[in-house]
Design a protein. Structure first.
Lengths: 92, 561
């Protein structure tokens, strides 16, 4: 299954506005994307399109997360989402 | 013709149609099952359609909003169609629950999970409950909770407004605010004054009025009339004409006989400060620094704070800016400073007292203030909230001196500080009366409680006596140290005259009120203000104190204040 790691760049972590922007983008992706903290078992991965899941994940700035997706367009979608996570979304 | 009387908290006379704030959504009965004959798949489909509708409605409101309001609406819209929330609700539906009860329970468990995470997430817990209520309303086909959407301006009638409601309040769409609950210091009152909207609170029975009928609201008299008379129509139109002159302050607060009373503004950040300067404020009498800290789960750095403070200082070069150090606790909890489990937060670790439990935050804030002050041209004064004893004042002065802050002061909000004002002032350079909290503590009456609105008035002779004692304490101390007022009381033109008569040297208020206070003050000589102060002190209660003083100030009726 295609996967990517990303380091959270937003100052406030994956909360608030950054979480909203990311959840919106993940929800619009053509494939289902999951997110987990690095080292977390794959079955505990959460739906990346769910803002509530992202908030309970509690990823702070500098934390590394793992994104997974399968199907047509998974690679492209993951690349775009990694870029988003590695941007300081508090600043945009 | 039907009339209602409440407490007028923000002046203005308007006529408009009434829109009721929908009642809170009632909880679906616990254990409510799917109606017989309804397939779980159909209930799940209805739920998803309702959730999508709520999402679309919030999203379209987000698209027209700006700033913080927009960000909150965007996040809330996403919660409405959140897969985690909907999946757990659908699971409950498949187990036989009704759609309403399923989303109710699913929302409760997500909200509890966020609450238990603490900090920023805990604050979002109430957003989930709001979304849940909206989805239940959509399933039932009743109006969504919150401020009604409307193309035309209206008079908003509600039980009371929460801070969250006021974030979505569009001042161009709302002519006046009327609530059946709330008190003179409630959020409704504070928001109304800051937006310059006429408002009446604690008007019992108005929440039973039908939708879309015409009403007349007088925010000074505290009255609402259904089927307005010709006289009331004329009064509303005269107010509209007057409002233009009452919107301009020439930047020179003085009595009729030339006794200067600088009129200052209460601000919460750089944007407010720029607006206040444009409205003629002679400086800032209360710079609330919470904005820099709220919505944060960790303390902002010294550099971040200094940059934020400088934004306010730069709006008033060469003028006085009185900054209040962090006032967290009670109705302004901060996860890294205050304990949300206190059983009595108004009497708890709040204001200056957070330095007892979390030392260091205050010193770093003072460092940031000193840094910003050294880079700006404002005359920066710094005061601590909730000082109770001379020893606390002395300690605060020591902390300020260590950072090179020249003018330390205290807020007088706790009655003990007013009673020992001379000893408190020996250690600091000035005092500023915070009349909202001073009233709440002197009268032992919670600011937010409608049934206590009459007690919770800064016109209470006991509160005025504490103001007088504070001024007397300064005289006894002997160095002519200024005593100002920075509570909402200063924004009431009649009470402002009384405060000046009691010997208060500056008045600080929401910038919208500067012009009205300045216009009334200019018609009163200092000696007359002193007589009115004695009159108010001699009244048996707040209602008479206000009525007696107003009767001697006919200018108020002429201006509709």
């Amino acid at each position: 299954m295609p996967e990517r790691t990303a380091t959270i760049a937003s100052r406030s972590g994956l909360h608030a506005r950054p979480a909203a922007i990311f959840a919106d983008a993940a929800g619009d992706a053509p494939v289902d994307v999951t997110i987990a903290m690095e080292g977390m078992p794959a079955e505990d991965a959460l739906d990346a399109g769910s803002i509530l899941s992202l908030m309970t994940l509690g990823a702070a700035k500098g934390d590394v997360v793992l994104l997974r997706a399968e199907g047509d367009g998974a690679e492209v979608a993951l690349d775009a989402l990694v870029t988003l996570l590695e941007t300081d979304l508090d600043a945009v | 013709m039907q009339n209602f009387t409440g407490v007028g908290v923000s002046p203005g006379r308007v006529i408009g149609t009434i829109r009721q704030m929908p009642k809170p959504v009632a909880e679906p009965p616990s254990g409510e099952r799917l109606a017989s004959g309804t397939a779980p798949e159909d209930a799940a489909r209805d739920l998803k359609a309702a959730a999508q509708a709520v999402h679309d409605e919030l999203k379209s409101r987000a698209d027209t909003a700006s700033g913080d309001g927009k960000a909150v609406l965007e996040a809330t819209a996403l919660m409405a169609r959140d897969t985690m929330l909907l999946k757990s609700a659908v699971k409950l539906i498949n187990a036989g629950s009704s759609a309403e009860r399923a989303i109710w329970d699913a929302g409760a468990s997500v909200s509890e999970m966020l609450h238990n995470l603490g900090g920023y997430m805990a604050e979002r817990a109430t957003d989930v409950l709001d979304v849940r209520a909206r989805i239940v309303a959509a399933l039932r086909g009743v109006p969504a909770p919150g401020i009604p959407a409307s193309e035309t301006p209206f008079i908003l009638v509600a039980e009371d407004l929460a801070p969250a409601d006021t974030a979505t309040l569009d001042p161009d769409k709302v002519l006046a605010l009327v609530t059946s609950g709330g008190g003179p210091q409630s959020h409704t009152a504070i928001i109304a004054r800051s937006l310059g909207l006429p408002a009446v609170v604690a008007a019992h029975g108005v929440d039973e009025l039908p939708e879309s009928i015409e009403a007349y609201v007088d925010g000074a008299a505290g009255t609402i009339a259904i089927e307005p008379s010709e006289e009331q129509r004329a009064a509303a139109s005269a107010w509209a004409d007057n409002a233009a002159t009452l919107a301009v302050f020439d930047g020179n607060g003085t009595t009729a006989d030339g006794h200067p009373v600088p009129l200052l503004a209460n601000v919460g950040g750089a944007k407010d400060a720029a607006a206040a300067a444009a409205l003629g404020a002679q400086g800032v009498g209360l710079f609330r620094t919470e904005f820099c800290f709220l919505e944060r789960d960790t303390e902002p750095t010294v550099e971040e704070q200094a940059a934020a403070y400088k934004g306010v200082f730069d709006a008033f070069p060469g003028k006085k800016v009185v900054l209040r150090t962090l006032d967290a606790g009670a109705d302004k909890p901060l996860p890294f400073l205050t304990d949300a489990t206190e059983s009595n937060p108004a009497l708890g670790v709040r204001g200056y007292r957070t330095d007892f439990t979390t030392p260091g935050v205050l010193e770093r804030q003072l460092e940031a203030i000193a840094q910003a002050a050294s880079e700006s041209e404002a005359d920066v004064w710094v005061m601590a909230p909730m000082i109770s004893t001379p020893a606390e004042a002395a300690h605060f002065a020591t902390l300020c001196a260590a950072k090179g802050i020249k003018t330390p002061g205290v807020m007088v909000e706790v009655p003990s500080a007013a009673l020992t004002a001379a000893a408190v002032l020996r250690h600091v350079g000035f005092a500023s009366l915070g009349t909202n909290d001073l009233t709440q503590y002197a009268m032992a009456a919670d600011r937010q409680l409608g049934p206590l609105a009459a007690l919770n008035s800064p016109w209470q002779p006991a509160v005025l006596r504490l103001v007088q004692l504070t001024v007397a304490g300064s005289a006894e101390e002997g160095n002519n140290k200024p005593v100002g007022v920075c509570g909402e009381a200063a924004a009431d033109p009649a009470l402002a005259v009384v405060l000046v008569g009691l010997g208060v040297s500056t008045l600080s208020m929401t910038a919208r009120s500067l012009a009205a206070v300045g216009a009334v003050l200019r018609t009163v000589a200092l000696e007359q203000a002193r007589e009115l102060a004695q009159l108010a002190l001699s009244a048996p209660d707040a209602v008479d104190a206000r009525a007696w003083v107003r009767a001697k100030l006919p200018v108020l009726e002429e201006l509709g204040l």
